[in-house]
Design a protein around this ligand. Structure first.
Ligand SMILES: [Zn+2]
Length: 167
């Protein structure tokens, strides 16, 4: 029997499908977050010269982060080398912060490129980082409670933000 490929960030598709419209910059979630100034409200953990790290508001797992370029770009091959380097730096930094803070047993790291692949925000590429714990498939029903999620997100954000600032 073959095991199915487990890509938890595909949940993004289910949850974001109803509100995503087109691939333009104007309605883009990431561009909106970048333009706004309130990083705490928008769960932005760190801003770089070319990219940034933000917590997923609809997490599959606690600690689900996304790394995205500042530039509105859909095609991964069109990233400039320096953008690619900063995104990878942020992936490494995120893994290191999450590893120290949450002690997960593993991580899923990946991208959904294109609607058919499950991308919720199609026009602006982003890398998902999802910490995984043994047995965490049972975790979702807990996080499905919206109130629990937002309280949880706020606390986790404050803690992770401090770690990013110290790094
Ligand atoms: Zn964008």
């Amino acid at each position: 029997m073959t095991k199915p490929l487990w890509a938890p960030w595909r949940m993004e598709y289910i949850r974001a499908a109803h509100k995503s419209s087109g691939t333009g910059k104007r309605n883009c979630l990431f561009c909106r977050l970048l333009r706004a100034k309130d990083d705490a409200k928008n769960l932005i953990l760190i801003r770089g010269k070319l990219g940034f790290v933000v917590m997923n508001r609809f997490p599959y797992n606690n600690g689900h982060l996304m790394v995205a370029p500042n530039r509105h770009v859909r095609v991964f091959e069109k990233l400039k080398p320096e953008e690619g380097r900063e995104l990878l730096d942020f992936v490494q930094l995120s893994l290191s912060v999450l590893g120290r803070d949450m002690k997960p047993d593993g991580f899923n790291v990946g991208m959904n490129l294109g609607r058919v692949a499950g991308a919720g925000v199609v026009g602006h590429l982003h890398i998902h980082i999802v910490p995984r714990w043994l047995g965490d498939v049972n975790y979702m029903p807990v996080l499905a409670d919206t109130k629990v999620v937002s309280e949880h997100l706020g606390k986790t954000y404050a803690r992770l933000r401090r770690r990013f600032e110290r790094s």
